[in-house]
Design a protein. Structure first.
Length: 455
């Protein structure tokens, strides 16, 4: 009797998961059961994994991680199968960063590091700390944590998280006006698109960062093209908040290119989507951006409505970061409307807030507006003092474009006052700021002022 030999495919052992992690990741990515399993497992199988009725093999878990844009360790229970306080708090940290509660996130992230978190969690904690510091306008601290996180993800060969981390470094480069922003964003995008399958949520985020980098370098055509790619990528999953941010960025790009109608149209779309989401933080920012576009078109009444709404939303959300910029926009609008006292109140409030939060760019901007207000009041001594403070801070920050504008505005004020020699010096400095090396600067400014006066 010949015995029948049956070959049976060896079943891979299942991986212990943190309860609810697969469903959480799928929800945050905006994917359906079928979309998560696409190309690997069926939708019912994903459902059984989500409900804990079956455990996935490691290849299946890696597939779920790629599809949802999460690291594998996001899904894992502790090695001993338990879920300790540290792991629970890590997921609280993720929620804080996602909600913009950055001060709370920084405190919790440092606590987690102090607890001696296990090595497989360190990369994620440091990335989240870097993102929280980045959102809090603390670039030096953000840079240190992001560099550590990047080294971790490179060491463990975690492609999705490495792309996410380099993308955050590109966002940091955007904040600091670094020329590396485009290159970093393109590198992150290349890593993301080299994964199989491509994690669409990460790709959409990276495209938005790359588009913002093109805006910073005034490459409007590429900025608009990449923003549109990001919007197309976002259509693969349901995330109204991200889509609203992309519309806001596209609005900014069109505005800077001089297409006011298109800018206003996309700005309105952003505000409408965020209203649906009840996302106060992003809605406050989009309301402010839309107001600036309306101001350039001379629609001051509508602009004030959106700026007032932005200020109200930031106060409701207890969002202080960036509020000084809204106050400075209200200062500018008040000057346009001829209300000097109201403009002064907004500028002083913005300066106090920016100094307390360490927002150096806003501090410089506030001094610039205080200089204009002092000029309107014929207080020449105060105007000179404020512009000198603004110019010195813009120089320290390396903000060349704002430095150019500040020199130019101050030169116009000096010319109206009849101080032609001093005005000439600042016009020359403005030209040098716009095109470094164009003019020789061998001659000290004081000697040149004397020469122009004698002429």
């Amino acid at each position: 009797m010949v015995s029948e030999v049956r070959t049976q495919k060896r079943r891979l052992p299942g991986v212990n998961l943190r309860p609810g992690s697969v469903k959480q990741a799928r929800a945050e990515a905006g994917l359906s059961l079928a979309q998560v399993g696409k190309g690997h497992v069926t939708a019912p199988a994903i459902y059984l994994i989500e409900t804990g009725r079956t455990r996935p093999s490691l290849p299946t878990l890696e597939h779920i991680a790629r599809r949802t844009g999460k690291p594998v360790e996001f899904f894992l229970a502790d090695p001993d199968g338990s879920i300790d306080e540290t792991q629970t708090r890590l997921h609280e940290l993720e929620a804080m960063v996602a909600d913009g509660r950055n001060e709370d996130a920084i405190r919790l992230g440092r606590w987690l590091l102090d607890q001696g978190a296990s090595p497989y969690r360190l990369g994620r904690i440091r990335l989240l700390l870097g993102q929280a510091h980045l959102a809090s306008s603390q670039p030096e601290r953000a840079a240190a944590f992001l560099a550590q996180a990047r080294a971790h993800f490179e060491a463990v060969n975690d492609g999705p998280m490495l792309a996410e981390c380099i993308g955050s470094q590109a966002a940091l480069a955007n904040m600091t006006k670094s020329k590396d922003a485009v290159a970093l964003a393109e590198k992150a995008l290349a890593i993301c698109r080299g994964l199989s399958p491509v994690p669409t949520p990460i790709e959409a985020r990276l495209l938005a960062i790359l588009a913002t980098a093109h805006v910073a370098s005034r490459d409007w055509d590429n900025a608009i093209a990449v923003f549109e790619q990001a919007i197309d990528a976002s259509s693969d999953f349901f995330d109204l908040r991200r889509l609203a941010r992309l519309y806001s960025g596209l609005s900014t790009a069109y505005s800077d290119q001089g297409h006011a109608e298109a800018a206003a149209r996309y700005g309105m779309r952003s505000v409408a989507l965020l209203e649906v989401q009840r996302d106060r933080i992003d809605l406050a920012r989009s309301e402010s951006n839309l107001a600036l576009i309306l101001m350039t078109r001379g629609h001051y009444s509508a602009a004030r409505q959106h700026l007032d709404r932005s200020l109200e939303l930031s106060e409701e959300a207890d969002l202080e970061a960036g509020r000084s910029q809204v106050l400075l926009s209200l200062c500018e609008l008040s000057l346009q409307e001829g209300s000097d006292q109201q403009a002064l109140d907004y500028a002083q409030h913005a300066l106090e807030l920016a100094e307390r939060l360490g927002e150096e760019a806003s501090v410089a901007e506030a001094h610039s507006w205080l200089g204009r207000i002092a000029d309107r009041r014929s207080d020449h001594k105060a105007a000179d003092r404020e512009f000198e403070l603004a110019i010195s801070r813009f120089e320290e920050l390396g903000m060349r474009e704002r430095l150019l504008q500040c020199h130019g505005v101050y030169a116009e004020i000096l010319e109206r006052r009849g101080e032609l020699a001093k005005a000439y010096v600042h016009m020359k400095l403005a030209l040098q700021a716009s095109r470094p090396g164009l003019l020789r600067s061998d001659e000290p400014a004081e000697e040149e002022e004397e020469r122009v006066s004698s002429a």
